[in-house]
Each structure stands twice: as structure tokens, then as C-alpha cells.
Design a protein around this ligand. Structure first.
Ligand code: KIV
Ligand code: ZN
Length: 514
């Protein structure tokens, strides 16, 4: 059995399926670049059949990533497979991941197909995908609730048809570690050609055991884990990449394999994903939470000072906690700025694009003395900066607040290229500003979440604001960053409104619009 554990990151596909976590092509590319730098083996970049935007994003990732395999998801239908193949075509190393449900409930209620029909379709789709690439992965969706005998039958047939990776998803997060591990063990034992494929696992976290299930499966021979940064994903999320990687690395006495991951990129990746999606990381989250390496009690602090290993099983710097360096200041030049942005995963496609970002940086540096990596990330993806195709753009904002009266906002925005002024009163400066924006576009989606975080320390820190809006069942997140938190709030609100304007796309598994 191989001693290499393949890390298959699905932040850009399953992660993006979580409500409000949708990303644009540039954001996806920045994350993909960081994953590549982290030495992730396979990056699942998206579901190209969902929309032209998804297709383009996968294609862009496939064109620019050279060190990791780029994978696209496809249902077992002709259109999806052909679209996935076209999107990953430019990749140096490409994979198509095709799936069909195998549990009794999914086959009967969702697919309305019997076992033989599902098996036949699975074999057909693996063969069709093999026309495009040798690297084909097959997933029996909802394997965690499927009959073992049918799983054995369909997996044997799909390996014969040419699938090189067999992924066992616990789609609804129903399994427990010992049970899931036993399923993997039985499948590998019973399927006669199981040695011709790599067994993979894909666990959801509905009962909080996605990481435990994945690790238990690795101990029984699974050699690929599908996971996401910060555990992002459908509902309660997927197994978290950072926890899987660090568990295997830290407990080499228990695992007969290891990953190729550069763990120092873990914290930067976590921050980037959090900024892009607007999903904050809980402080006590393992590995990447702000408190993961903080010692509060005097006894612990004393122990760590005497010998670090008394209370620490991992080193903060090994997962990238020390990489948030003070890098640039107001005297830094364009070249230094560009170089650091490239190192952080951002590329500029034209001189004009670079100049716009550099101007934003200079503007920030005038107001803020020290610029950290997190400020730069916030500047690029969290600034609420304009994206091509955005209909609404903030021009200026003036707000007055007092202890005695309502706040008033005087706002100027460009709406479809036309300058529009608006004034509104509200209960505080943020409320007044949001009302002013809503009056321009004549719609006011429900505000589900509003949160402010400070990107770095100090009173001159940039405030990073996330908002979540809901309209007609559709949920979007927006984010904005600025040293003025009212302006950051309006940028976040406008960012979310622009996202509401972009077209909806179907969910690959349920077909509902996301
Ligand atoms: O959870 C799941 O079953 C999936 C499949 C598409 C692999 O995401
Ligand atoms: Zn999934």
C-alpha cells in the first residue's frame, strides 16, 4: 500500500456550494494559486456545467495551475462530462470526477432509476470521461447510506471501465468513524480489482465527525482524502484540510502514510478563504483559529516557557502563524507591492489592473502606518473593490452621527454608470448608509448577517465587514475592508448587492438554484 496520502481540495467546488460562499473567477484563481503553493495534489475547481461563469472559472484555473492536478465535477450525463472535459482541457494534469447516487433513497426518490440502470450509467460515464483523460474519478453519491453489495458491484464495474480513483462520499454526514472505516476495509477486501484504483473518502460534517471518519478510513487504506480549507462546504461542511494534514503529520506513529503538503501555507490559505467567502473562522477552531496556539492560563504559560512541548503538540510557525509579517509601508514601490501580491497568490493581468491595486495600497498606506499580509489580502479581495460587470459602485459617502439624534448619510454611487446621489436617516451610521444605498436601487433584501472584524491590531487597523443578504430564497455574502468601518460596511453591502445581480446557477447534486 502506498505511503503517500493524496490531498484533494474541494474548497472551490463543494466549499463554494455552501450558501453565500460563491466566488468569482479571480477569487477562485487566487485560492487555487495558494493551494498549488501549498502542494495540494488535486484541486477540484468547480462544476463547469452549472453556468458559463463556473465554466470560465474552471478553465482559468486549468490554464494557470501547473503543479497540481485540476479536476472538474460532472454528473453522469453527456452534457456535464463534455463541459467538464472542455473546461479542464488546458490543464497540464487534468481529472474528471463523475458521480451518480447509489443509496436506495436517492435512486428511488431522486433518480427514479433501479440498480442496473444506475450501474449502466456509471460505467457509461466513466468510459466517456476516459475519452478525454486517463485520470477519471468515480463517486457513488451517498455511499454512506448505500447497500454494501451494490457498492461492490458498481465499484468493480467502474474500475473495469477505467476509473483510477474511487471516492466514497458520506454525502449526508451519517456515518460514525468505526462504521465508516469498516466500510472502506470491506470494499477494499471484497472488490476483486480494488488494487487497480486509489480509494478516496469525502465526508460531510453533519454530526461533527467528518475529520474523524476520514482519518479512520485512512487507517484502513484510503489514500486520498477530499477536504476543504476551514472545513467549508455543504451544510455543516466537509472534513477540514488543515485538521487532516496536521493529524497525519503529528501522529506519524499511527498513520502509515503522509501528505506532500507545505504546512506553512495553511494559515495564509485559511485567511484567504475566510476573507473571500466572508465566513469568519471561529477562534477555537483547531490549527487555524486565533486561539489555537494561545495559552491563557498561568500554569500553561509557565510550562510552555520552560519547555514548549509541555502543552504544545505542534509548532505555530509550522502551520504558518508567523507568516503575517509587516511587509510594506508608504515608501514601498510598485515592484515590491507586485512581488508580495504575487507571493500571496494574486496576479495582475494588465498594467492598469496593477496600477488600480497599487493606488488602493498607497491610499491605505497613507492612513495606516504598517501594512501586513492580511491588509494586502483584505485590500484585494475584501475591499469591496469593483469587479467587471458590477452595476453598483461607491463614489463617496459622508455620514454624521451624534449621541442625541439619528444618523444621516449622504451618498454618491454609480448605478449602471450613472452618478446618483441619495440621502437617508437611520438608527446609527451603518443603518443610515444602507438605507441610502437601498433607496438608489429600489430593493432591500433581507440582511441576515452583519459582522465586523479587525484585520490586524491597533486602532488604525482595517475593519473587515461581512454581510449576508437573502432575496427570494437566494443567499449571497459580501465583504468590504477599510480603516473606516462605516465605509467598509457600505462596500460590503454593495459587494453583496452586486453578487445578487449575477446569474444564479444550479446545485450539482440537488438541482436547486444557488
Ligand atoms: O457529498 C457528495 O456526495 C459530493 C459528491 C459530488 C462527491 O460532493
Ligand atoms: Zn460533498
Amino acid at each position: 500500500m502506498s505511503d503517500r496520502l493524496i490531498i484533494f481540495d474541494t474548497t472551490l467546488r463543494d466549499g463554494e456550494q455552501s450558501p453565500g460562499a460563491s466566488m468569482n473567477a479571480d477569487e477562485k484563481l487566487a485560492i487555487a494559486k495558494l493551494l498549488e503553493k501549498m502542494r495540494v495534489d488535486v484541486i477540484e475547481a468547480g462544476f463547469p456545467a452549472a453556468s458559463p461563469g463556473d465554466f470560465q472559472a474552471v478553465k482559468q484555473v486549468a490554464s494557470e495551475i501547473t503543479e497540481s492536478t485540476v479536476c472538474a465535477l460532472a454528473r453522469a450525463v453527456e452534457g456535464d462530462l463534455d463541459r467538464a472535459a472542455e473546461a479542464v482541457e488546458p490543464a497540464k494534469s487534468k481529472r474528471i470526477h463523475t458521480f451518480i447516487a447509489t443509496s436506495p433513497i436517492h435512486m428511488k426518490e431522486k433518480l427514479r432509476m433501479n440498480e442496473d440502470q444506475v450501474l449502466e450509467r456509471a460505467v457509461w460515464s466513466v468510459k466517456r470521461a476516459r475519452n478525454y483523460t486517463d485520470d477519471v474519478e468515480f463517486s457513488p453519491e451517498d455511499a454512506g447510506r448505500s447497500e454494501l453489495e451494490f457498492l461492490c458491484r458498481i465499484i468493480e464495474a467502474t474500475i473495469d471501465a477505467g476509473a483510477r480513483t474511487i471516492n466514497i462520499p458520506d454525502t449526508v454526514g451519517y456515518n460514525m468513524p468505526a462504521q465508516f472505516a469498516r466500510t472502506i476495509e470491506l470494499l477494499m477486501e471484497k472488490i476483486p480489482n480494488s488494487d487497480k484504483a486509489i480509494f478516496s473518502v469525502h465526508c460531510h460534517n453533519d454530526l461533527g465527525v467528518a475529520v474523524a471518519n476520514s482519518l479512520a478510513a485512512v487507517q484502513k487504506g484510503a489514500r486520498q482524502v477530499e477536504c476543504t480549507i476551514n472545513g467549508l462546504g455543504e451544510r455543516a461542511g466537509n472534513a477540514s484540510l488543515e485538521e487532516i494534514v496536521m493529524a497525519v503529520r503529528t501522529r506519524q506513529d499511527l498513520f502509515e502514510c503522509d501528505t506532500n503538503i507545505d504546512t506553512t501555507q495553511i494559515v495564509p490559505a485559511s485567511r484567504l478563504v475566510s476573507t473571500v467567502t466572508g465566513f469568519p473562522v471561529q477562534p477555537n477552531k483547531a490549527i487555524v483559529g486565533a486561539n489555537a496556539f494561545a495559552h491563557e492560563s498561568g500554569i500553561h504559560q509557565d510550562g510552555v516557557i520552560k519547555k514548549r512541548e509541555t502543552y504544545e503538540i505542534m509548532r505555530a510557525e509550522d502551520v504558518g502563524w508567523s507568516t503575517n509579517r509587516m511587509v510594506l509601508g508608504k515608501h514601498s514601490g510598485r515592484h515590491a507591492f507586485q512581488q508580495r501580491m504575487n507571493e500571496l497568490g494574486f496576479e495582475f493581468h494588465s498594467d492598469q489592473e496593477l496600477q488600480i491595486a497599487f493606488d488602493r495600497f498607497k491610499d491605505l498606506a497613507d492612513r495606516k502606518h504598517e501594512i501586513f499580509d492580511d491588509d494586502l489580502i483584505g485590500l484585494q479581495v475584501g475591499s469591496g473593490g469593483q469587479q467587471i460587470g458590477d452595476r453598483l459602485k461607491l463614489e463617496s459617502l459622508q455620514v454624521s452621527s451624534s449621541t442625541k439624534e439619528n444618523s444621516t448619510a449622504l451618498l454618491a454611487v454609480k448605478w449602471d454608470g450613472e452618478l446618483v446621489n441619495a440621502t437617508a436617516d437611520g438608527n446609527g451610521p451603518v443603518d443610515a448608509s444602507f438605507r441610502a444605498v437601498a433607496s438608489v436601487i429600489e430593493r432591500a433584501p433581507e440582511l441576515e448577517l452583519y459582522s465586523v472584524n479587525s484585520i490586524t491590531g491597533g486602532t488604525d487597523a482595517q475593519g473587515e465587514v461581512s454581510v449576508r443578504l437573502r432575496e427570494n430564497g437566494r443567499v449571497v455574502n459580501g465583504h468590504g475592508a477599510d480603516t473606516d468601518i462605516v465605509i467598509a460596511s457600505v462596500k460590503a453591502y454593495i459587494n453583496a448587492l452586486n453578487r445578487l445581480e449575477t446569474s444564479e446557477r444550479p446545485h450539482p447534486q440537488t438541482g436547486s438554484m444557488i
